[in-house]
Design a protein. Structure first.
Length: 199
């Protein structure tokens, strides 16, 4: 795929201005070529007649001014890749690291389709440590409004994601889930068929 054909596809899919799509296409090409998210590496795919400094400024303006509708992007990505919305195994997890003295803590909803796993939705938690019920629910509601829960084959989470409200929410919406639990924890009133993936 060339930059030109990729730009045309992005323009049709996302409805952005052509210049913004061209910059984004270059960023993706730079990422694939350099396997690095630093702006100097991404600039390798950006077409610009000026020096490196002008490319870096173009990238800065793109990230500063371009609005992203992540639900629209997620839906269009799957439609363009698979031709339809496929059924998905959903994985809920949290990733965190330190940036200087600041905690960077993301709650991430990823999907597995076939042998490929990639993130679709995420939220930056304004604190260190575990997420709460509302934060998890909000992330799943993004999936619900974008695709619908009927496309979830299973939801997998580790033992951090527990709680009566959370488990009740999954059961109330008939979401098949697989979740580790602490040895001291127990769950009652959950039908066995709720914990297995849809066929």
């Amino acid at each position: 795929m060339t930059i030109r054909s990729f730009t045309e596809k992005l323009t049709q899919t996302f409805g952005w201005r052509k210049e913004r799509c061209q910059t984004f296409a270059g960023l993706v090409m730079g990422l694939l070529d350099q396997s690095n998210v630093q702006h100097h590496a991404l600039s390798q795919g950006v077409e610009s007649p000026g020096p490196l400094k002008s490319k870096l400024e173009k990238i800065r303006r793109f990230f500063a001014k371009q609005e992203f509708n992540y639900q629209h992007i997620a839906r269009q990505t799957l439609l363009c890749t698979f031709g339809k919305i496929p059924s998905m195994h959903v994985i809920l997890d949290r990733t965190n690291w330190k940036f200087g003295r600041s905690d960077v803590n993301y709650l991430v909803l990823a999907v597995r389709i076939g042998k490929v796993t990639f993130p679709l939705f995420w939220s930056l938690l304004e604190h260190s440590g575990c997420s709460d019920y509302q934060q998890r629910r909000d992330l799943l509601e993004q999936f619900r409004t974008t695709f619908g829960f009927e496309y979830i084959l299973s939801l997998t989470a580790d033992r951090e994601f527990i709680g009566k409200e959370w488990i009740g929410y999954l059961c109330d919406h008939n979401i098949p889930f697989l979740s580790a639990s602490k040895t001291t924890a127990w769950c009652s009133g959950v039908k066995a068929n709720r914990i297995f993936a849809r066929s």
